[in-house]
Design a protein around this ligand. Structure first.
Ligand SMILES: Cc1cc2nc3c(=O)[nH]c(=O)nc-3n(C[C@H](O)[C@H](O)[C@H](O)COP(=O)(O)OP(=O)(O)OC[C@H]3O[C@@H](n4cnc5c(N)ncnc54)[C@H](O)[C@@H]3O)c2cc1C
Length: 357
């Protein structure tokens, strides 16, 4: 029988959230251990995402989400500056038909939440098919380099002397927070479950109630852009449209489409093998639609696709908001479940952690 490892606080999941929480707790003098089932930190959703540091523009139907982004964005840029990429123009275009907001409503909303925008200059407007696009705005929004973020989090954890065990999967959280793993048991006095799409898998195996979550099997196409789109990100709002923006960790762009990025969706538990099933890329469908709006996209080329399970709260369905989930003492004393929804929400999560004492 394996020896029991002991620690004060066990963080399950070495994504951006698990790492940032572990660091904050270690700074407060806690004895923290991070376990991560993959071979490295930040390989899952924290790498396989669109790399947008949200400035609120994506959420013109949720005042709270847009406002929190306005507050969190400058802090994120300051704390993670070495990962921030801003040498590109970010453009939000409003579709003439099927958009849930008009250009005037979009501009009014952004004014209300203090998110500056300017009319896109003529050289950018010429890139759009104006039969389909009502208006376009230039905003200041950043991308992040997820590979640099991984290096940064690893270095910070090393410096803070927080032990990290990769290749270690939490299988079950028992009574008194004895956690079974594939490498033997870990006894903790406090557990933060930061497993994102894997949260309910662990809760279910532990005989604990599910958290209501919605999962999507998401495909982000990685593409090489034609010259005139290389220094540009475009998001077409606000409905069944698309966005492309730089993906610095691979030196290319990502393309996602509201209709074609999700390949499947389901509630609550995550089927374990969904990422291993062979899939056919939806890139041709994404491109066929997106090039109608931005004709130059026809000369883009698919390099690869990133596949990930995207997990959101069911409440996000109605207004596309991205609130955090922070469930204290979920089914067991001192077991806390966390879901960040987007990376700049980390400060809201850390506020909740601090309130725990
Ligand atoms: C397609 C897509 C696009 C997105 N675009 C953006 C965007 O542009 N901007 C933005 O801010 N946010 C975006 N997000 C959301 C963002 O990626 C997530 O909010 C964030 O990465 C979540 O971080 P995390 O640490 O909670 O999750 P993860 O990075 O997934 O970390 C969870 C970790 O837990 C580990 N784990 C799971 N189960 C176990 C277990 N049993 N034992 C041990 N370890 C376990 C996993 O291996 C994983 O490393 C996007 C997400 C997706 C999927």
């Amino acid at each position: 029988m394996s020896a029991v490892t002991t620690c004060g606080t066990l963080v399950i999941g070495g994504g951006f959230y698990g790492c940032a929480i572990a660091l904050a707790l270690a700074e407060r003098g806690k004895d923290v251990l991070v376990i991560e089932k993959e071979v490295d930190l930040l390989t899952r959703a924290s790498f396989r995402n669109q790399a947008r540091v949200h400035g609120g523009y994506h959420y013109p139907r949720s005042v709270l989400t847009a406002m929190r982004s306005r507050v969190n964005l400058p802090r994120w840029v300051e704390d993670y500056r070495a990962c921030v990429v801003d040498e590109f123009e970010q453009c939000y275009a409003i579709a003439r038909r099927f958009s849930k907001v008009s250009a005037a409503q979009f501009a009014r909303f952004m004014d209300h939440v203090g998110a500056p925008l300017t009319p896109a200059p003529a050289r950018l407007r010429r890139l759009f098919n104006d039969i389909l696009v009502e208006d376009a705005f230039l905003v200041r929004e950043h991308a992040f380099d997820a590979a640099k973020l991984r290096e940064m989090m690893r270095a910070r954890l090393d410096k803070a002397r927080v032990p990290v065990k990769t290749g270690v999967e939490a299988l079950r959280i028992g009574e008194n927070l004895l956690v079974e793993t594939n490498e033997g048991p870990v006894q903790a006095s406090e557990v933060f479950l930061c497993a994102y799409s894997g949260v309910n898998t662990i809760l279910e195996a532990s005989g604990l109630p599910h958290i209501r979550l919605k999962h999507e099997l998401a495909e982000l196409a990685l593409i090489e852009m034609p010259e005139e789109l290389r220094q540009l990100g475009v998001t077409v709002m606000c409905g069944p449209f698309f966005s492309f923006m730089p993906f610095p960790a691979r030196g290319c762009h990502s393309l996602s489409h509201v209709r074609y990025t999700p390949h499947a969706s389901w509630q609550d538990a995550a089927p374990a093998d969904v990422l291993r099933t062979p899939r056919v890329s939806n890139f041709p469908l994404m491109l066929a639609d997106a090039r109608r709006f931005v004709p130059a996209l026809a000369r883009s080329r698919q390099l690869d696709s990133l596949w990930e399970i995207k997990t959101v709260l069911p409440a996000s369905e109605t207004d596309d908001s991205r609130p955090i989930l922070f469930q204290r003492h979920w089914g067991r004393p001192n077991l806390h479940c966390v879901l960040g929804a987007k990376i700049d929400n980390i400060f809201d999560v850390l506020t909740e952690c601090a309130a725990l004492g």
